[in-house]
Each structure stands twice: as C-alpha cells, then as structure tokens.
Design a protein around this ligand. Sequence first.
Ligand code: ADP
Length: 546
Amino acid sequence: MLGLMQNWPLTVDKIIDHANHWHGSREVVSRSIEGPIVRTTYARIHDRAKRLSNALKGLGIQAGDRVATLAWNTGRHIEAWYGIMGIGAVCHTLNPRLFAEQLCYIINHAEDQVIFTDLTFLPILIENRAKLPTVKHFIVMTDEGHMGGFPGALCFETLIDQNSADCAWGGFDENTAAGLCYTSGTTGHPKGVLYSHRSNFLHTLVTMGVDVLGISARDTVLPVVPMFHANAWGLALSGPAAGSKLVMPGQKLDGASVHELLETEGVTFSAAVPTVWQMLLTHLRQTNGTLSTLKRVVIGGSAVPEAIVRGFRDEYGVDVTHAWGMTETSPLGTQATPNAAIAAMGEEEQLRYKLKQGRPPIAIELKLQDDAGVELPHDGTTFGKLKVRGPFVAGAYFRGDGGQILDDAGFFDTGDVATLDEHGFMQITDRAKDVIKSGGEWISSIEIENIAMGHPKAELAAVIGVLHPKWDERPLLLVKLKAGEQGTKDEFLAFLEGKIAKWWTPDDVVFVDDIPLGATGKIDKKLIRDRMKDYVLPTAKAKATA
Ligand code: ADP
C-alpha cells in the first residue's frame, strides 16, 4: 500500500524559491572579482537566476545539457548554479586548480556546451579555446565595463538585463541530474560524480541538522570551501534553505582577507580545509587580531591538526568541528560532534574524539572491512577499508568510468583506511594508497604527520613510505620549517617519541623548501614520492653495506 502524502519532488529550485519567499531580504555579500565588496539578497539572486535560465534557453540549452562554471565563491556563482539547475540542465563545477590539460579533459568528457567564467580564468580559456570543441558559448561573469579581451564571449550582466525573470523551474523528476563534479584523479583520469536534485536536497536537509553543520536563519556563514570542490560542502544550498546570511570570499582566501570578512560582516560560522585555517591563525597571531563574532568552524578535506583545534579554542574561543567526506559523498560523510557520553567528558578527553573524523548522520551508513571482505570490529584500533552507502553517495561515475563501483551490498569503497570506535566515531588512518606497509603491519602516515605538524617549528609535514630491504617500507618524514627556523632530525624524532608506537618512528627526517599541495589543497603524496624516488633511507644503506 502506498502512502497518501503529496508528491513534492525534491528539486533544488525549491530551495532558492524558499529563500526568496521567506528570507528574501537576507543578504549575500561577496568580495567581487573586480575588487569591491558587493551586496545582494536572496530575492535578487532568485530574480537574476531566473533571467539566466532564460538566457541559457535562448542559447539553446535544454534539460540534461551540461553547463560549466569556472568561478570563485560569489553571489554571481550562486545565480549561475540555480539558473542552470532550475531548468534541468547540469551544473558542472570546474576546479580551476587543475592543470589546463586536465581541465580540457573534463570539459570534453562532460561535453560542456556553455562555460560561465570569472575574469581570473580568461587567459587559460583563451589559450585552450581550440581544444574545447563542444563549448558553444563562454559567459564572462562581469559587466560590460570589465569584459577583458575574449573574442565572442558573452557578458553575464548584459544577459541578465536582456532576459525576463519569467521562467518556470522544476517540474521534472527529483532524480534528474543537477550537478557534476570530477574528483581530482590522483590515480588515472578524473571521474565525474553526477549529483541528482534529490541527492542534493537530501544532503541539504541532513547537513542542516544541529549535529552536522547546524546553520540557522540567525547565522552568517562564510563558505571558504569552494563551490567548485564538492559543492562548498553544500553551503550554497543549505545557506538559502536555512535563510542564513552568506558571505562569499571570491578569490582571496589568505589570512588577512578572510579575517577582514569575518569581522566586517559579523560571520558566526565558517567552513574550510585546514590550510586556510592555519593561514588565518598565523595572520591573527602576527597582527594580534581578534575574532569577535565567529563561534563555530567546520574543518575537513584533510585531517585537522590538533594545534589548530587548540589554537581556535584556547586563543579565540571558537569551537572547531572536524568533518570527513569526499566528492562521492556530496560531500559530508561524518562529523565529530560529541554525543551525550562524549559531551559529559572533560575537555581534554573530548579532544581525543574531536580529532577523529566523527560519526555518520542519518542517511550515511558506514562499515569497515578487511581485504577479504570480512567486517571488522568497532574497537577504535582495528584498521580496515572504509565503505559507505546512502542516498547521497555515488552509485556510479559519469559515463560508467571505473565500471561497477559498489560491492554486492551496495557500499562504495572510499579508498580510505579507518577505525571505528565504540561511540561510532570514525578515524581515518590513511588513504589506502598512502598507508605504509612495514613488516606486514600498517603504519598510518597521517597520524605521524599530524603530530609532526604540531611541532612549533613546522609549517607543514608529510610522511611517505620508502622502500626498505628488510621491512618493505619504512616511514620518511619531510618537514617544511616556518620561515627563519632551523631544525634537526633528532629534535623532530624526540618530539614524536611517546606519541606514536616506537616502530612507527620515521627512519629519517628530511627538511624541504616545499611540500606540494594538490588541486584540492591536500598534500600531493604522489608528487612527493616522485621527487623522492632516488632517495635511499640511511637505514636501508646501512643494511645494503652490512
Ligand atoms: P580528491 O581530493 O581525491 O578529489 P575529495 O576532495 O573528494 O577527493 O577527497 C576525499 C578524500 O579526502 C577522502 O577520501 C579522504 O581521504 C580525504 N579527507 C577528507 N576529509 C578528511 C578528513 N577530515 N581527514 C582526513 N582525510 C580526509
């Protein structure tokens, strides 16, 4: 027997409709690419997004066509998103941090027909124009006065002026594709995750929960996490859904620029990867800056170092919540919000849990398995492959790339290695491909990195496995020191002592000028391994000559 409730397809146009009706005067403030801070409202965004929908229709865009954006977080980018998705076209967010070759690959793979672009990216598009045969139109997200020299490109503001806001949105199946985002492809070609209206809507509802992002109509939200990378953790959807004020940082993500927006706009909630928060803390300390309104920050994308959580908590009274997710999970998968038992613990004991990646909200199922597919205990120490299932988790990649990606029970293998504890708190111990296999046992490169990162002289630290004749692999610690600092191997090894198992102690410490970050701000271990390919551990040399 079927229920008798209304059939109300979960399509994202209803999110911006809601914001327009009930939070129409709520502000969206952006640091524009042209420079000045610009202010708009949800009502204006709604109106202008409808005009863009008509503009796209006028350019021949139909339901299912892919329309890309190559843009920073701004109000205009939100307008483009809703304008595209409202008519059933697919919003393909391009990550400008990819190499030109990869960008061309994904634009061609997606067969994008239109690209909305910020001024910043005109040079790369002009240079690669000939390699993008499917793209019929480029729309530069600016006004006539700033168009730059892209022959044939259309002007965003002119299209808005020329089109009416009379446009019907939605009316299609909630399983219709809404967004496309390629994973950065640390192995092989990037693969496309194709979000549906329903998956985005459910992700929005779940992440609005108080134990997840928990943003409200009273919050002022600064999404530093880019809209081009895993949907800004859904904030361009949950912000309007909640009626929060949004503050969009544009292209300036350095400590001083982020701090300025936090203070001048009265931001209460923000989300970003650890590197951004590290830059902010450094800036605050150098300038004796304060955080007068910020209450909560969510940090994810890579493991949050303890020093950042303590810095925010002890120096600025800001609560940090650690989150884990991936492009394939829309992206939020777990968040380290205390449950009742953890909340009853002392502050230091709670910190042990807050540094984990956290527990799944409703609609995310997790399991741990060993290589043979046997399910592992939730004892907080046994590591295994982390698998995930749920209505906003990818079921396949665009165009079937990668083939069948789910196991027989419908779980997706995240490629992460993790533990689960008795509170259901998950902790990533490594990426499956980065775990160090020493004498048949696994060493977590991330755990050593995180501790090393807490050394007062370290700016960044990375740990990789290096070949060893006896143990197969042994850990090597690479450290980039803070400007003006000098460091020694012994002092770093002494710092790790007692914090990790003795046999996890790196066989060597190498000081480097640069620890490369990949397109999504994470340490690029593949490149590090490549750079260190001729390096031989002193312990391996000793062994070879013994
Ligand atoms: P990619 O960087 O491969 O494009 P994503 O941005 O989707 O992909 O990254 C997802 C991966 O990032 C996860 O599988 C995990 O390895 C890592 N990750 C995300 N959040 C965290 C976190 N809080 N701690 C450790 N690793 C994380």
